[in-house]
Ligand binder design. Sequence first.
Ligand code: PAF
Length: 295
Amino acid sequence: MTEVVHDIPALRARQDAWRQAGQRIGLVPTMGALHAGHIALVRAARAATDRVIVTVFVNPTQFGPGEDLDAYPRTLDADVALLRAEGADVVFAPTVQTMYPPGFATRVHVDGLTDVLCGAARPGHFDGVAQVVTKLLNLGAADEAFFGEKDWQQLAIIRRLAADLNFRTRIVGVPTVRAEDGLALSSRNAYLSAEERQIAPRLFRELTRVADAVARGVPAARASEAAREALLAAGFRAVDYVEVRDADDLSPVETTPAAGRPARVFGAAHLGRARLIDNVPVPAPARSGDGAGDA
Ligand code: PAF
């Protein structure tokens, strides 16, 4: 049975009972408007732990001025129905007041990793994410917490945060779920018109093209610039970034990544009302003699 819980004492009571029974707890933090990407997180949690808590909270502190906080889809009843079907044990859906009561004054900032990519385009966004995830990890007291690789930078920041602050919870990344045409599933895909939905998979295709080019030895800056131009030509309204970076510390990668240092291509671009993000791995470098082609 899936229970919906709105307050912290009720959440803690469930967890205390599970702990006393020796059960392991999995936590899946979400902002709701659930899709197959979230369901993959819930299934990973169910496979790895005995009890699963899914949090549904549209966290206002991670939205900047002029962003889509008010428009962000809120579909709690449908989310709960999906989570029931998936066998989640508890849906924790707090109010803003519960999470940030009057007098709340604590900020959480992770240096470095938060300044680049989406951090540069959305100042303060990752401080809000770090703040709410710190709270959810404390409230959830979970053994494992599950986050999607679509938000790779967020995942890298949360791993850093959990290591630096000695959280007991193991942070688990779950591969991105894609539509058949390659578009990464995202709650914000709901903003796309039918025509924009046709264009949207170009982001994944261009990032994949950059990854393959860089693996062949094409300089990252050249391959990324070609992708930016292709996205704008395809109908994207603006491109925040296409960049190749180290998968762990997010430092820039200029040419073929060093052996043993996985790299990824990251992209964020605006299509109509939607800001889409995605990332793909750079394949292991081609053997010498394969030659460098064009981006
Ligand atoms: O990825 C999300 O949905 C959110 O950033 C998270 C991790 C639930 C924090 O609000």
